[in-house]
Design a protein around this ligand. Structure first.
Ligand code: GLU
Length: 338
């Protein structure tokens, strides 16, 4: 079993990505596991040519190694097709013809992060008038495919898990996520589907990522169970199959924000590793800064990944979880001086 790096190659890694990768690497190594590298290039319109090479080069530069072949989601469509068909055959999916505007109009406004829970329009269509849905597909109408999760308040839709940083989690799938899209209307498979499937098939049992995905974890735990029910990830059956693992261990990290409190984005070049490296910043400075942001060391000082491993303890990360981490505007100069 292993940890994983799961970068989206939509641009050069920035300090926030390095921080998340470092945490994933430390967590896996602290439990005596390796890390697998999966390039999440399934969302083709978001992929930036060459970013995949940069990511590998930056990981090596940071001293964060991985084992085994690099997995590219864009090359796994045949596998995804097969599993998608199995989920469909199990009655877990339904076609959705709604446009974004229709969904927004039919949804109750959500507080906070603007995540919209699908109001269920096409689920009712599918349940009550399946022949109409089938006719619309035959007529070539654009449609996505959604996962039918238990309704809000349903007992089997209550997902409990323990996050190593944020503690006990209790999510109602129907109320907080709803029927997410597994295949988009442009035919591309969606993040929630491929990430859950690949984590299962790649034998990943240690998942470390930003706290923005806490709620998605509840869905991924549920979907993983459904995949196992469909025989995906079962014992034997070819190279891609693994012994079903227990639910992975999860750790979600506070986010890195800029000085204005906005999450670091790949669009902002100033904190990307290409820029920092070109300025002469050393990898030990980036690793040390990230280890400090994780709460592992008292002061930002240059250390390498092995040294960070010696200080690694989830309890330290937990102690700083109350706030996201603010990166000052002059961080480049600070890193250069480290
Ligand atoms: N490719 C996703 C990202 O870069 C990974 C999310 C995950 O770790 O599940 O945000």
């Amino acid at each position: 079993m292993s940890g994983r790096f799961a970068p989206t190659p939509s641009g050069r890694m920035h300090l926030g990505n390095a921080y998340a990768m470092l945490a994933a690497w430390l967590s896996a190594h602290a439990r005596g596991e390796d890390v697998r590298l999966r390039i999440e290039d399934i969302d083709v319109p978001r992929v930036m040519p060459g970013a995949d090479e940069w990511i590998r080069d930056d990981l090596i530069w940071l001293g964060l190694d991985w084992s085994g072949d690099v997995v590219h989601q864009s090359r796994r469509t045949a596998l995804y097709d097969e599993v998608f068909a199995a989920l469909r055959g199990a009655g877990l999916l339904y076609p959705c013809f709604c446009s974004r505007a229709e969904i927004r109009a039919a949804s109750a406004p959500q507080e906070g992060d603007r995540f919209i829970v699908y109001p269920g329009t096409c689920r009712r269509l599918h349940d009550e008038r399946p022949e109409e849905a089938a006719a619309r597909i035959r007529a070539g109408e654009r449609h996505a495919w959604r996962l039918a999760v238990p309704h809000a308040g349903a007992r089997d839709g209550r997902i409990l898990f323990d996050d190593r940083v944020y503690g006990a989690q209790d999510h109602d799938l129907g109320a907080s996520l709803g029927d997410v899209v597994l295949r988009r209307s442009d035919g591309l498979y969606a993040y929630q589907f491929v990430v859950t499937l690949d984590d299962l098939l790649m034998g990943v049992d240690d998942i470390v990522r930003g706290r923005d995905l806490l709620r998605s974890t509840a869905l991924q735990i549920w979907l993983r169970e459904r995949l196992l029910d469909c025989g995906v990830g079962g014992v034997g059956g070819g190279a891609a199959r693994w012994t079903p693992a227990q639910t992975p261990d999860y750790a979600h990290l506070p986010l890195l924000d800029n000085a204005a409190g906005v999450r670091l984005a790949k669009r902002v070049r100033s904190l990307d590793l290409g820029h920092l490296r070109a300025q002469g910043v050393r990898p030990q400075a980036v690793v040390g800064y990230c280890a400090w942001a994780l709460g592992l060391i008292e002061q930002p000082e240059a250390i390498d990944a092995r040294e960070a491993l010696a200080c690694f303890d989830w309890r330290r990360v937990r102690a700083v979880r109350g706030r996201d981490f603010k990166v000052p505007d002059d961080v480049g100069a600070r890193l250069l001086a480290m």
